[in-house]
Design a protein around this ligand. Structure first.
Ligand code: G6P
Length: 744
């Protein structure tokens, strides 16, 4: 209906404009025709009465002539009649003859356009016709017509035109609506059935199959898919992904819709240090990736307010604008009680789901009290998202394993929202996931998402296999779409990345200065070779395995003793969980043991820095080191690997990378290792320390090329583009189904 109106309104406007333009034209034409009529009529009257005039004049009976004129002037349209013998004679005329007309200036009424006289009586038509007689060869008959009948005729014609155009407009509109409705309904049915793969296979209006058309339908579907993917590929290849690209997608493709990010960890933590409030950026891959996006989108980020001064800086609605130096978006903080934090964050999320998904030989612990908190806190986050939504159809980006139930809770209240959930950690195989006592609830919660993203295809497949095994849901393996309760969730691979080009502030200090400063600050000799590790103190990061490999390197290649030092930055994390506490102890002890064995006075084997480092300090370490070792036992992506590559604009340095990270699939030019294979890792470090500079440059160039092309804006942009396509399709199908008449 809306489409029909969109066509009809301009049509009516055009018709009205035509009618408006036609009115003066009609006036002019009516006048021209009438004058031509009157001229002919006057000539006819003159001819008819010429003989009578001659008779009357010959008998010198001007009275009779006047009586004749008066009789003729009784005609409805004749206003006055007169006769001039010559230009100098007085006019013999009826009393109605206007004073302005005299025999001596009749010529002016004979000129083209001069025969209209405007006076008190309205417009009059003046016709001068010669009536030459034997006595008066110059005699002229003056016939005046009343033109008011022309106006009446014009009014009537205008009224007729108005009714004709109105009738025409109504008929055209009616036909348009009928045709639009019929063809739209037909198209919609066609498109929808084509999407279902039936369009060409059934006879219209029946359920009779037409098998001969099946190959054509398949070809068509394939063509549509090819076109779609080609369109995507072309778009992606052509785009230079920047914050502006994201803004353009948001304003163009998504029509400026509301974007809400929801995660457990907040991007800025306000912490009290004595008198002052310090702002910290947490060590979280998720935060590293999403922060630049939020700067670009200016949306709202709903997160747990965990900082000691977080409550002091928020407004009445628990919001604070960030980044502090240049506020461009809002954090909406959620407050959790100690019990909630213990049950939801430490308990179910980090003692249950985290080890469950990482399969890093730490047994997951599931308690029903933790589960109850997990459900309640997920509801708290979902409620905050619903409260923050400015429209009924926002784009909500739910992050990670802390909030697996939130997507469904959000969708229940905001059915038109597009919920994009991103699972930042691995998804295990179905057998491992089956350990979770609430596996069905977790999966049902996640299937409230419109799009569910993982870093690798392997994790997407694991998720789909898990659904297939434990849920009554329809799984389409070709399109990787899961349908539960009539709602679709697209399962997609979106490899996360980092900000590229990196923030210039992080690259300010030249690489050579970083190298000398790092050695100076650590008390190492100037020519010391340095390896770097940057992680949270988490057992999944393989820090112990890394240290074991360093020990092995010194054992196998003693020439490195005193010449090579490994600096490990280890950000404290989740320390109230016993496993993490024990892990920290083990890391400290292992480092101490190795230092005792292979350390030299001015050159320890391992420098362990268990403290929080800001992005600037981290980048200075990356730029000052000779190699970076990422040895995760299992990791969704691992952004440290990509950050190291981004930091090395001098194209030097070697990356040693665990094969169990998502990053290993994108950075094959790194030295890829199995962190459980100590000898292999030791050998890789030796290769890295002896690698020629030219080879370092060649490998680094290739890796930098990939990270520059697949940056974090592309990660977010692809999700948002997919969300935009999904929203467009949704609108199309909705409009279509509104127009469909149920078949009887
Ligand atoms: C991983 C998770 C993130 C989390 C981060 C830091 O990267 O995927 O969701 O924020 O670790 O952990 P934390 O418990 O300190 O937030």
């Amino acid at each position: 209906m809306r489409l029909s109106l969109r066509f009809i309104i301009p049509l009516l406007i055009v018709l009205a404009a035509l009618a408006y333009a036609a009115v003066p034209l009609v006036d002019r034409m009516t006048m021209r025709w009438s004058i031509r009529d009157l001229d002919l009529r006057a000539a006819l009257v003159a001819n008819t009465i010429q003989d009578q005039i001659q008779d009357q004049l010959s008998t010198e009976s001007s009275k009779k002539l006047l009586a004749l004129f008066t009789r003729i002037a009784q005609d409805e349209r004749i206003f006055a009649l007169g006769y001039c013998k010559s230009t100098s004679a007085p006019m013999l005329a009826t009393r109605t003859m206007p004073d302005a007309i005299h025999c001596d200036d009749l010529r002016k009424y004979q000129l083209s356009g001069g025969n209209i006289l405007h006076g008190e009586k309205g417009a009059l038509h003046v016709a001068i016709n010669p009536v030459a007689t034997a006595t008066d060869p110059d005699g002229e008959l003056v016939l005046i017509h009343d033109l008011s009948f022309v106006e009446r005729r014009g009014e009537e014609t205008k009224r007729y035109i108005f009714y004709s155009f109105t009738g025409l407009a109504l008929i055209v509109s009616l036909i348009t609506v009928i045709i639009a409705q019929l063809s739209w309904r037909g198209w919609m049915q066609g498109i929808r059935s084509l999407m279902r793969g039936e369009g060409l296979l059934r006879q219209p209006g029946t359920s009779i199959q037409i098998p001969e058309l099946r190959p054509i339908a398949r070809d068509l579907q394939r063509l549509i898919k090819d076109l779609e993917s080609e369109h995507h590929a072309r778009d992606e290849a052509q785009l230079n992904w920047t914050p502006d690209t994201l803004r353009a997608i948001l304003h163009g493709e998504l029509r400026g819709d509301d974007v809400i990010v929801v995660s457990n960890r907040e991007p800025y933590i306000h912490a009290r240090t004595g008198e002052h409030i310090e702002v910290q950026q947490p060590a979280s891959g998720l935060v590293t990736a999403l922060e630049p996006i939020m700067r670009a989108c200016s949306g709202t980020w709903v997160a747990h307010g965990g900082g000691s001064a977080d409550r002091e800086v928020v407004d009445r609605k628990d919001r604070v604008a960030v980044p502090p130096d240049n506020p461009s978006y809002q954090i909406r903080r959620i407050w959790l009680t100690e019990e909630e934090e213990n049950g939801y964050y430490y308990g179910f999320s980090n003692e249950g789901l985290w080890p469950l998904c990482h399969i890093a030989h730490v047994r997951p612990t599931f308690r029903s009290s933790d589960w109850a908190c997990y459900v309640a806190v997920n509801q708290k986050f979902a409620d905050a998202v619903i409260a923050e939504a400015k429209t009924s159809a926002p784009i909500v980006m739910v992050q990670d394993y802390h909030l697996a139930l939130a997507p469904r809770m959000i969708r229940e209240k905001l059915p038109d929202a597009t919920v994009i959930t991103f699972w930042h950690i691995p998804w295990p195989n179905p057998e491992s996931f089956a350990i979770c006592p609430w596996r069905e609830e977790i999966i049902t919660g996640l299937l409230g998402s419109s799009i569910l993203g993982f870093h690798t295809q392997f994790h997407c497949n694991n998720f789909v296999d898990t659904v297939d095994q434990f849920m009554e849901a329809r799984v389409d393996r070709e399109t990787l779409t899961v349908t539960l309760g009539g709602k679709n969730t697209a399962v997609r691979r979106y490899p996360i990345s980092i900000d590229w080009p990196p923030n210039p502030a992080l690259m300010e200090t030249p690489a050579e200065i970083c190298q000398s400063e790092l050695r100076k600050a650590t008390g190492l000799p100037e020519d010391q070779l340095i390896g770097i590790g940057v992680d949270r103190l988490d057992y999944t990061k393989g820090i112990i395995e890394r240290f074991n490999a360093i020990e092995r390197l010194f054992g196998l290649k003693p020439e490195w003793i005193g010449r090579f030092t490994f600096i490990q930055i280890a950000a404290p994390t989740r320390s109230s969980i016993p496993e993490y506490h024990a892990h920290e102890e083990l890391v400290r002890l292992t480092a101490a043991r190795i230092n005792q064995r292979f350390g030299r006075n001015d050159a320890p084997a391992i420098v362990l820095k268990v403290e929080h480092h800001g992005p600037r300090q981290v980048y200075e370490h990356y730029r000052g080191a000779d190699l970076c070792f990422v040895s995760s036992l299992h990791d969704g992506m691992n952004l440290v690997a990509k950050e190291f590559v981004a930091a090395r604009n001098d194209e030097q340095g070697v990356l040693v990378l665990s094969q169990f990270t998502g990053a290993a699939r994108e950075l094959p030019e790194a030295l890829i290792v199995n962190p459980y294979n100590t000898d292999q890792c030791a050998a890789a470090m030796h290769v890295a320390l002896t690698m020629p500079k030219t080879e370092q440059r060649d490998r680094m160039r290739l890796m930098r090329g990939l990270v520059s092309e697949f940056n974090v804006y592309r990660w977010a942009g692809r999700m948002l583009l997919d969300a935009a396509t999904m929203r467009r399709r949704g609108r199309l199908l909705k409009n279509g189904s509104n127009n469909v008449i149920t078949e009887k």
